[in-house]
Design a protein around this ligand. Structure first.
Ligand code: IMP
Length: 431
């Protein structure tokens, strides 16, 4: 298959980093298509640790083209720092190896300030638990048609007009929240200064990708966050502000939907969530604590402790549909080692009725109670397993039951953070 989309099929943090790294070795082009530096991918290559937030994972591998698509919101100051950090680690980044879509909207300092001020002002129940990086306010400006986009950095008069348009909206908002008006001239000066560092990477990405595709190059579309944080299909309003599902790979880069050959959904063998919002299978007991400890469940971007719970097959079945998942990569199976009994959520009970999907209304979501199926656990270690023969019988039964319940096959199984500790069933890039 020529072009593969990788999406998180839960609430993010499914272990995409390792899988994307493994696939990016086989790809020619690696594209980010949504989100921003709210994402966090840790890559370990030959013992060197790379922490990436805005850059596509392919940058750390030589000979690849990395692309930031128009579906992303980009903090140019953060990006420049991130580029400098990986350059210091010996990675070469040039306009030949990194391209940024000219129509990518920028995240400005005022977006982060607004994000954080709103979260601080929010009362219990309305706080989203955002990463505080300005993602939501930047997307609001994009759809409000007042964003500053990468291409605007090239022309001073356009840039000034865009800043004035944005401040017309933001200054009254800030006043309402008790924040000082934006220092207009200071912001313009900052943007003019960063422009020379960003513009060399600006490119008509839709056109470059078309040429690459026609030349037979393999393109990997690297999703961030997870489908349950999708602005349309996630647990709204406790979501991120972009479309996260696989269809966004097309609109977020400018390729047609027919160019996507395989959608790989990344699924953790249990469930986690950072931030606020419904989580039907959340565990507040020692099992939840144990999943968090064994799974090292702390956020890469914010360091926050992740909420943990049993595997929710009902939700993953749903996200496999909305993203058109061809096969899943099941990660962190080894974290379940040593549990005597495991539970899988197969549906919900709501007002005496059984549902096989999570309803969209927030009050109904809050009242849904999970219906569980129990499975025996295993005492043996699965850590580092590289073939089915290395897995205990009960672990295989668990994986097979997951496949049945989510109605989607396992393409890859990951049993440790090491890239070789993977059982390959179907290579998404194979023809
Ligand atoms: P925002 O994307 O910063 O606006 O945050 C909105 C919601 O998405 C919050 O619940 C965040 O915790 C969550 N979120 C954003 N990025 C990630 C991620 O990369 N992994 C997991 N959760 C995320």
């Amino acid at each position: 298959m020529a072009n593969v989309v990788v999406v998180g099929a839960q609430w993010g943090d499914e272990g995409k980093g390792k899988i994307v790294d493994w696939l990016s070795e086989r790809a020619d082009v690696i594209c980010r298509f949504q989100g921003g530096h709210n994402a966090g991918h840790t890559l370990v290559i030959d013992g060197e640790v790379f922490k990436l937030h805005a850059l596509p994972s392919g940058v750390v591998r030589g000979g690849k083209l990395s692309v930031i698509g128009n579906g992303v919101v980009l903090d140019p100051w953060h990006l420049v720092t991130e580029i400098e950090t990986v350059q210091k680690q010996g990675v070469e980044i040039t306009p030949q190896t990194l391209m940024i879509a000219e129509n990518t909207p920028l995240i400005l300092p005022l977006h982060g300030e607004l994000d954080r001020a709103r979260e601080e002002a929010a009362s219990k129940g309305t706080k989203i638990g955002t990463t505080g990086r300005g993602i939501g306010p930047a997307y609001e400006d994009k759809v409000g048609r007042r964003a500053i986009r990468v291409a605007d950095l090239a022309d001073e008069a356009t840039l000034i007009a865009r800043v004035d348009r944005a401040l017309q909206h933001h200054d009254p908002l800030r006043r309402g929240l008790g924040i000082d008006a934006v220092d207009r001239d200071g912001l313009i000066a900052q943007l003019k200064e960063i422009a020379s560092k960003i513009l060399p990477y600006a490119a008509p990405v839709w056109k470059v990708l078309n040429e690459k595709r026609r030349a037979g190059n393999r393109i990997l579309f690297e999703g961030a966050q997870g489908a349950l944080l999708d602005i349309d299909f996630g647990t709204y309003p406790f979501v991120t502000s972009s479309n996260v599902i696989a269809g966004q790979a097309a609109t977020g880069t400018g390729v047609g939907p027919g160019s996507i050959d395989f959608v790989l959904g990344i699924v953790k063998a249990y469930t986690t969530r950072v931030g606020e919002g419904p989580f039907p299978t959340e565990l507040d007991d020692e099992n939840g604590q144990r999943l968090g400890e064994q799974g090292h469940e702390f956020g890469t971007t914010t360091g926050r402790k992740r909420r943990c719970g049993w595997f929710d097959a009902c939700l993953v079945r749903q996200t496999c549909v909305t993203s058109g998942v061809t096969g899943i990569a099941l990660t962190k199976l080894d974290v379940l080692d040593g549990f005597e009994t495991l539970k899988i959520c197969t549906g919900y009970e709501l007002d005496g009725e059984r549902l096989d999907y999570l309803p969209i209304a927030a009050d109904q979501q809050a009242r849904c109670t999970p219906i569980y199926e129990e499975m025996p656990g295993w005492s043996e270690s699965t850590e580092g397993a590289r073939s089915w023969a290395d897995l205990p019988a009960n672990a295989i039964k668990y994986v097979r039951r997951v496949e049945e319940l989510i109605e989607c096959p396992v393409a890859l199984l990951s049993t440790s953070p090491e890239r070789e500790d993977t059982i390959l069933v179907t290579d998404p890039f194979s023809d």
